[in-house]
Design a binder for this molecule. Sequence first.
Ligand code: GLU
Length: 499
Amino acid sequence: MPKVRVRFAPSPSGYLHVGNARTALFNWLFARHEGGANILRIEDTDAERSKPEYERQLIRDLRWFGIDWDEGPDKGGPFAPYRQSERREIYQQHTAKLIEQGDAYYCFCTAAQLEAEREEALKAGRQPRYSGRCRKIPAEEAARRKSAGEPAAVRLKIVESSFFWNDRVHGPTNISGEIVGDPILVRSEGLPAYNFAAVVDDHLMEITHVIRGDDHISNTPRQLALYRAFGWQAPEFAHLSTILGPDRTRLSKRHGATSMESFREMGILPEALRNYLALLGWSPSDGKTEILNAEELIKQFSLDHITKSPAVFDTDKLNWLNRHYMKECPPRRLAELTVPFLQAAGLVNPAPGPEVLAWIERVLDAVLKNVSLLSEVPGAARVVFDYDAQQALATPEFQELITSQAAREVLMAFIPTAIAESTLTYERFREITKAVQKSTGKKGKDLFHPIRMALTGAASGPELEKLIPIYEEGAKLPLPKHVKSVAERLREFEAAAGF
Ligand code: GLU
């Protein structure tokens, strides 16, 4: 058995989106599971649509996603170059070979002619396909016209009446040769077409398995015809099902976030997205485990457990996995990942030092329960950053609070003692509240509810045990937006409430 070699072959004509990312992931998982090689090939023959910045972004997105490759444009490798725009000569040599063999021919049809043929077929209710008109031009005449400068594409002669392959996802697949017209291999402007460049490269790069989206199923017969014409052995094919939105139409921007960039900007962790996308069309052999880290995914991945039915993208499940991975994430890394979000909200400065990072860890520990995405952290951290006693007191619940005799009693006992501490520790807080309990006879909710409201400016929120040190430490840190200390909060409250 030859060593497994797979490739992810994106065209750098847009951002990496969910469908392509899943293709990249399945290739990577398969390569790593089999101890094979994963190759990144950039399919940039379409010079108009391909842009170097898209390639850079693709590579950045793949790295963020946590996928690596053994050979690629940025790494080199035994079959370099890995960018199709740098392989023009190779394609030319292979075109010449097919023409010489009589398996390919020059096609002089103009765009207008082809369009007229197409319309005629559609009118007659036939599926449009190239008539094969230029096949009949004798080879010498075609060569003469070509060297005289007449624009010509190169087409492959399809001779098979049917195509067959055993797809690793769809099983035995038959496609009638009748619907496959002679495909263009090289356009008249000299650009190799996708089917041609992909087959030449897959062969030369010794690809053993082609794992890609099922939108390419219709290309597979043309590619098989090319393998036959060259006398090469075709790789195995695995066509992954389409990803659908909740309304069961093909997933697109209309459905919300679909690009890697948008997931990163929402604050999805790469490991959550990896886990989630791995389950879009694949399941582990027990059919039920849902939480699998990269190591487990690699261990369990197999082409045999990929379903051919379309997979429906489920944002709730992705968010659920994200919550899981946020909880699992080492606190320092999570804090670092959160910094850009806090920074964008003007809550921390760029490149925060270790003290600020340690404090962000505490904030995350307090608010994580209430968030599914890192982008939700600044909102959830309002309990830390936003304190405005006057505003709070304008609300009916605070009005009720300060007009309650019982609450006033608690607060009048609590506030002066708490303010007297230069830094309130949670231990001192416990002692003070115990004393207030004794002197006022209030306990439980009657005791803690007014205190929470005065301290946090809200009726509910994270545990005071977590918030108090966050307030006290935060007040001393160099943050662009000052965090009010316990004493500052209580003084403000006293003044606003007119105690
Ligand atoms: N460049 C093609 C695409 O992005 C690759 C298809 C294939 O994997 O053969 O769809």
